[in-house]
Design a binder for this molecule. Structure first.
Ligand code: BG6
Length: 479
């Protein structure tokens, strides 16, 4: 018998700004991601204040999911998906974030996507805000740095909870909310754009502003959770953390303590606020030592307490080491780089491949929170090649996923309550960090390239049939 129960939610994940395209259709407004040009592993994307004529912006067409969602969801259904994680673009519903009434065309698009999922008995798992916000809010308020965004976001979430009541059971308030603990997340996650910032990878950082903005997101998330529960008491609302698994590079106590501090600030600070409804004990010292002084309104602490999430979701791609010795070799990773681990291999983008780290991470998280967990992103970003016979032999991806699923099973045996697995980019899409198409995660190949060319046709990779068997067998058959 499989260690995965037969109601385990197998599926995959995408985000609106990385797959929909149609950036101006159906009344959509410009979002932060629409202002990012293409880039690569070695060349940063630029953030432009206006759309430049003749410049390539990968999100503008992306993989054209907006027009091809039926074909795409049919392919996901063919793999046997039980759940599909996608996000709603705030700018399709409120083009500048500030309108009084929602844009009906935008809602109709998501009615269609959701109905298409339900037609195949696929549970929609909806991220309300995934690395985009109306660019108008960046221009007017410097994004989440302003408290004004709380009300605007809550208004937006209420529209969604009412519209999709009874259809969408699982919601996530913010994708990887803890990105805001890092300079990298300033524009991506918080919509903050310093006037001197030109490049995505080199943002001018103001920690005070970032943590204030993060506090606003916490309050907004908690209010949304409370509103969602009131509107649809049967729905479940979760947090989403980019889990950064840190190992001490050596058993030198300095390394051990550093790894613990990083884990606490970068992962647990956000998890604790969203699960326990309060800032953790260690936040105070961190804020003091970094001259961060968060302004709170008198009602904020109560709001946080009344908006605790029902389940915890996270992304896991890699692990990283922490060393007190600044001379150690570094490598990159999701949101944060760090010290290289000599015991694990890395992807072509330098993200270290560590399946055992997933079991470790699942136990770390469950041990702390004791609520159901979902892995809502995991996968290998890799270069894929179309062979002469037109097949795509992505055995490296199968190996990566297989090893991670094995460790999920081990964690379940350990006693972790893991209820879902949605590997990232189940269909190839635009990379969030680099803007590339070449960094592919999918079971489904999309003919679209980094220069914007390609006929957008879809092809099943070898991993497509492999994952189909995994789902069919409830995770038993991993060959
Ligand atoms: C996560 C994001 O950080 O990682 C996704 O939630 C992103 O939006 C994914 O695409 C993979 O990262 P990248 O940079 O390879 O696209």
């Amino acid at each position: 018998m499989s260690v995965f129960s037969n109601n385990f939610l197998w599926g995959g994940a995408v985000a609106a700004n990385q797959c929909e395209g149609a950036f101006k259709e159906g009344g959509k407004g410009l979002s932060g991601s629409d202002m990012c040009t293409g880039g690569s592993h070695t060349k940063s994307k630029r953030i432009t204040r206006t759309i430049e004529e003749g410049t390539f912006y990968p999100s503008h067409e992306a993989i054209d999911f907006y027009h091809r969602y039926k074909e795409d969801i049919a392919l996901l259904a063919e793999m046997g998906f039980k759940v599909f994680r996608f996000s709603i673009a705030w700018t399709r519903i409120f083009p500048t974030g500030q309108e009084d009434l929602p844009n009906e065309d935008g809602l109709v698009f998501y009615d269609n996507v959701i109905n298409e999922c339900l037609k195949y008995n696929i549970e929609p798992l909806v991220t309300i805000s995934h690395y985009e916000m109306p660019f108008a809010l960046t221009e007017k308020y410097n994004g989440w740095a302003s408290r004004e965004c709380i009300e605007l976001y809550v208004k937006y979430t209420k529209v969604l909870f009412k519209r999709y009541k009874g259809k969408v059971k699982y919601w996530l308030t913010f994708n990887e909310i803890n990105a805001g603990t890092l300079p990298f997340g300033a524009f991506l996650s918080l919509g903050i754009l310093n006037k001197d910032t030109k490049e995505f990878m080199r943002q001018v950082d103001e920690p005070q502003l970032r943590f204030q903005a993060l506090h606003h997101q916490f309050v907004a998330s908690a209010l949304a959770v409370a509103a969602g529960h009131e509107i649809d008491p049967s729905c479940k609302i979760g947090c989403m953390i980019a889990y950064m698994t840190f190992y001490p590079y050596t058993c030198n106590p300095d390394d051990v303590l550093l790894a613990q501090r990083k884990r606490d600030i970068q992962n647990n600070l956000c998890g604790d606020v969203q699960v326990f409804g309060e800032y953790p004990y260690f936040a105070k010292r961190y804020f003091e030592e970094n001259n961060i002084n968060i302004h709170m309104e008198p009602e904020d602490l109560e709001i946080l307490k009344n908006g605790c999430v029902d389940y915890y979701t996270f992304s896991y791609y890699m692990s990283i080491c922490a060393s007190a010795d600044p001379g150690q070799a570094q490598t990159s990773g999701n949101l944060t780089g760090g010290v290289k681990n000599p015991y694990v291999p890395a992807s072509d983008w330098g993200w270290q491949i560590d399946p055992l780290g997933l079991r470790y991470t699942l136990n770390e998280i469950y041990g702390r929170y004791r609520i159901p967990l979902m892995i809502v992103e995991n996968g290998l970003g890799a270069y894929d090649k179309i062979e002469e016979d037109k097949t795509i032999q992505d055995d490296y991806r199968i190996d990566y996923l297989r090893e991670h699923i094995v460790q999920m099973g081990e964690a379940i045996k350990d006693g972790v309550d893991l209820i879902a697995y949605t590997p990232w980019g189940c269909i190839d899409l635009v990379s969030a960090s680099t803007g590339e198409m070449a960094k592919r995660y999918g079971f489904i190949y999309v003919e679209k390239y980094d220069d914007g060319t390609g006929d957008l046709s879809r092809k099943k990779k070898k991993s497509f049939n492999w994952y189909k068997k995994v789902i069919e067998s409830d995770g038993e058959c991993l060959d």
